[in-house]
Design a protein around this ligand. Structure first.
Ligand code: NAP
Length: 310
């Protein structure tokens, strides 16, 4: 076999991928982790993480991911910052093609996570980086004393709205239904914050502006009225799409794009495992992703041992 052939290749470097790599390395699988173009995954664009056990005062998301990456390196994981452009799971060992090189692997752990979902309304793409953003942590400080909109009704939208009140003079939370899906703790914090106004039953139809965002066209789906609201920035926080494009037609994927798994990590292709947000439409937590990443590495080890492939 070529020296580009690994026992295990792990795709993605969020909590699932890094945990899988740590377990795989400590099982002497000498894994290769291809960390993709967003090293650390979604936690690198969050602020304080208060629900990852072990940090009594919480920990900043980027710090947590840097520490996890260092831990992976310290236990011998080979990490390469390469993005996978194509996989071929119909040959064995499986082929993994990045922009730079082709690798082969006897087992594969997919932990490519999920990407920001956009509204797909007029003006959104054109004004990206000019007032339209998907990351309050990254762009919030640019909006000191400005008026902002956050779109969404989940925990992400609550978190972004609360964070943006540190900079903005006012944050308007726009949600399409008349109740949030966010946890009650987060909802309470939002409702108590005097800088946040909530617009229920509201949808953005268009984002206006030439050089930068100036206003949005809002539609109230209860009274069917459309009106314009002057605004300096629009933060979209409506969830994520699983990153599964390159696996389509090679393993089973559900209608929403998530990889289908049984027994936590097993995909429809023997020897291919999935962990984290890419296969989890329900829990989507850093700690649950890390847990499934651990299981994926142990499953990959058993797969290789049971077939005398090591
Ligand atoms: P989410 O829970 O899926 O919520 C997405 C929100 O966006 C929903 O309110 C949804 O509306 C709305 N939405 C979806 N598509 C839309 C569209 N095209 N136009 C307008 N609105 C749209 O996603 P999330 O908030 O990113 O949270 C994902 C997971 O991470 C959750 O499990 C959450 O608990 C977790 N999380 C936790 C924390 C924390 O604990 N600190 C922070 C962030 C996220 P509907 O409600 O009408 O469907």
């Amino acid at each position: 076999m070529s020296n580009n052939t690994y026992n295990t290749i792990i795709l993605g470097s969020g909590p699932a991928g890094l945990t899988a790599s740590i377990y795989a390395s400590r099982s002497n699988l000498n894994p290769l982790l291809l960390e993709g173009d967003t090293p650390g995954g979604q936690l690198t664009i969050t602020t304080l993480v208060e629900n990852f056990p072990g940090f009594k005062n919480g920990i900043m998301g980027p710090q947590l991911m840097m520490d996890m990456r260092d831990q992976a390196k310290n236990v011998g994981v080979e990490i390469r910052t390469e993005k996978v452009v194509k996989v071929n799971l119909s040959i064995y060992p499986f082929s993994i093609q990045t922009e730079k090189e082709e690798y082969f692997t006897k087992s594969l752990i997919i932990s490519t996570g999920a990407s920001t979902r956009w509204l797909n309304v007029d003006g959104e793409e054109r004004l990206m980086g000019k007032g339209v953003s998907g990351c309050a942590t990254c762009d919030g400080p640019f909006f000191k004393d400005k008026q902002l909109i956050v779109v969404g009704g989940g925990d992400s939208a609550m978190e972004e709205a609360l964070f943006l009140t540190k900079f903005a003079s006012k944050v308007t939370l726009v949600h399409r239904r008349d109740e949030f899906r966010a946890s009650s703790v987060m909802q309470d914090r939002v409702k108590k914050n005097p800088k946040i106004e909530i617009l229920f039953n509201s949808e953005i139809k268009k984002i206006n502006g030439t050089e930068k965002v100036e206003s949005v066209d809002l539609f109230n789906n209860k009274d069917n009225k459309e009106y314009k609201l002057g605004i300096d920035g629009v933060f979209i926080a409506i969830g994520h799409n699983p990153n599964t494009e390159i696996f389509k037609d090679q393993i089973d994927i559900d209608d929403n794009g998530y990889i289908k798994v049984k027994n936590f990590t097993e995909t429809s292709k023997e020897g291919v495992f999935a962990a984290g947000d890419v296969s989890d439409p329900k829990y989507k937590q850093a700690i649950s992703s890390a847990g499934i990443g651990c299981i994926a590495a142990i499953d990959a080890l058993h797969f290789l041992e049971d077939r005398n492939l090591l």
